[in-house]
Design a protein around this ligand. Structure first.
Ligand code: DUC
Ligand code: ZN
Ligand code: ZN
Ligand code: ZN
Length: 499
């Protein structure tokens, strides 16, 4: 009866509403949603009375098994996805990051090879564009056409490693627009950061606090604004990953009011903790919080970002889960620029957003579902396969118990890392059952992850999608002149689909 499951008496929550309904699952797919369902005998029955039945979480931002800053993250695709499931996340989207000069297709295949046999839950991929050339442009098209990729991340930081300059960024946005792909940015000013780091080290600032001092929040806000301006020149939808500061959030809110299509992704860390930790007297504690962009010393940041998330100025949540052990962090003892950047969150995100979003009264359970699952599925074109409880959708379902109370600790978490930046935080609400593709992977709180059980989920690009028709593609480039009384008063890129 493993493949037949009836979830009874729960409150089914979707992004557009809540209903009292039973859910029947067969062979990994939701077959019925409603009352008085007639189902075959021999089904396992789970009583969800007093619980919410919600779509499994989608974490839009993870780095598992990432080689970075001279080492590789502590969580691989098994321990990372096991932690995800433990917290109610049933799909992750990880980043393929090609090294400079590496073929994007080759890097994509590397990531598939690392992930496919290990993932305990479904996953999709974004691809980072870390260098720029005609070959890269060609490979972006190939990734969209043949490999289920519809999002590309450009770095405005990590100079000399992954950073693109503004011209390259502009062209990359244009390319995404042509392909119907989502352009993502890591928004910081890598040139300024590089200079600031030199100065701080020369002045004898070597500890983790130097990390934040070298890249204060205006450096993030400037880059968010610049990315919005550049993307808007070519009418390219923009997605800002890891929104870390109030001023970066403000820029996104203002741009959205101007009608620009931009999505902001705060992460578990920026919604639940802050950058005062960089001044913690224990080096290990301070270094554990080092990530790029940094957490902010302004202690009102998490509440502020949660307000923006609640009212749709920010759109959805990820984690930037990118873990390094204490021993790995210690590579940067004596020089903060060598502390591997990254924090945990894949297991904690759902509970933290529930505690700080729903329990606090800022959002209702439907908004919670929107920002932890549905909006991700829609933006990355996995909807309605993922992101909702509906007939025909994948049976990725969490039975969420609002009475479950859990205190986060390294002693009980499922990640392979030896520190938890949310240590000691209590969340009221958590997953009692987590069902991934119809399989009960968290059963009454017990995690039963299976290595290799998950699959790669291809995400098709949005139209317009032109493969070889160069002439058609040129149309997208075309500028439209707006004339009044014989004089050109505006010049705009066409948003016309090159169909
Ligand atoms: N930031 C991190 O903290 N880790 C990985 C890459 C990044 O941009
Ligand atoms: Zn980043
Ligand atoms: Zn400590
Ligand atoms: Zn990241």
């Amino acid at each position: 009866a493993q493949n037949r499951l009836l979830i009874k008496n729960g409150k089914v929550v979707n992004a557009d509403g809540i209903q009292d309904a039973d859910v029947y699952v067969e062979e990994g797919v939701i077959k019925q949603v409603g009352n008085n369902l007639i189902v075959p005998g021999g089904s396992r029955v789970i009583d969800a009375r007093g619980k919410f039945v919600i779509p499994g979480g989608i974490d839009t931002h993870t780095h598992l098994q990432l080689p970075f800053m001279g080492t590789t993250t502590a969580d691989d695709f098994y321990t990372g996805t096991r932690a995800a499931l433990a917290g109610g996340t049933t799909t992750i989207i990880d980043f393929v990051i090609p090294s400079k000069g590496q073929s994007l297709i080759e890097a994509y295949k590397q990531w598939r090879e690392r992930a496919d046999d290990k993932v305990a839950c479904d996953y999709a991929l974004h691809v980072a564009v870390t260098w720029w050339s005609p070959e890269v442009q060609q490979e972006m098209e190939e990734l969209c056409r043949d490999h289920g990729i519809n999002s590309f991340k450009m770095f405005m930081a990590y100079k000399d490693l992954w950073q693109l300059d503004d011209t390259e960024l502009f062209e990359a946005f244009e390319r995404c627009k042509q392909l119907g792909a989502i352009a993502q940015v890591h928004a910081e000013n890598g040139d300024i950061i590089k200079e600031n780091c030199k100065k701080l080290l020369a002045a004898g600032v070597t500890g983790p606090e130097g990390h934040e001092l070298s890249r204060p929040e205006e450096v993030e806000a400037e880059a968010v604004n610049r990315a919005c301006v550049l993307a808007n020149q070519v009418n390219c939808p923009l997605y800002v990953v890891h929104v870390m500061s109030k001023s970066a959030g403000q820029v996104i809110a203002e741009k959205r009011r101007e009608g620009i299509v931009v999505y902001g992704e705060p992460i578990a860390a920026s919604l639940a903790t802050d950058g005062r930790n960089y001044w913690h007297t224990c080096w290990r504690h301070a270094a554990a919080h080092v990530m790029g962009p940094p957490l902010r010393p302004d202690a009102s940041t998490p509440d502020y970002l949660m307000d923006l998330l609640a009212n749709d100025d920010l759109s959805l949540t990820g984690t930037d889960h990118c873990t390094f052990s204490t021993a790995q962090k210690e590579m940067g003892k004596g020089d903060f620029t060598k502390i591997p950047n990254g924090v945990n969150g894949v297991e904690e995100r759902m509970s933290l957003v529930w505690e700080k979003g729903v329990v606090s009264g800022k959002m209702d359970p439907s908004r919670f579902v929107a920002v932890t699952s549905t909006n991700a599925a829609k933006i990355f074109n996995m909807y309605p396969k993922k992101g909702c409880i509906d007939v025909g959708s994948d049976a990725d379902i969490v039975i969420w118990d609002p009475k479950l109370e859990h205190t986060i600790s390294v002693a009980t978490h499922h990640s392979a890392v030896d520190f938890n930046i949310f240590e000691g935080m209590t969340c009221r609400g958590g997953p009692e059952y987590v069902i991934a593709n119809g399989r009960v992977t968290v059963d009454e709180g017990q995690v039963k992850a299976v290595q290799g059980y998950g699959s790669f989920i291809p995400t098709p690009a949005f139209a317009p999608f032109v493969y070889d028709a160069v002439a058609e593609r040129e149309k997208v480039h075309q500028l439209i002149k707006v004339e009044r009384e014989g004089r050109v008063i505006a010049v705009r890129n066409t948003a016309v689909a090159a169909a």
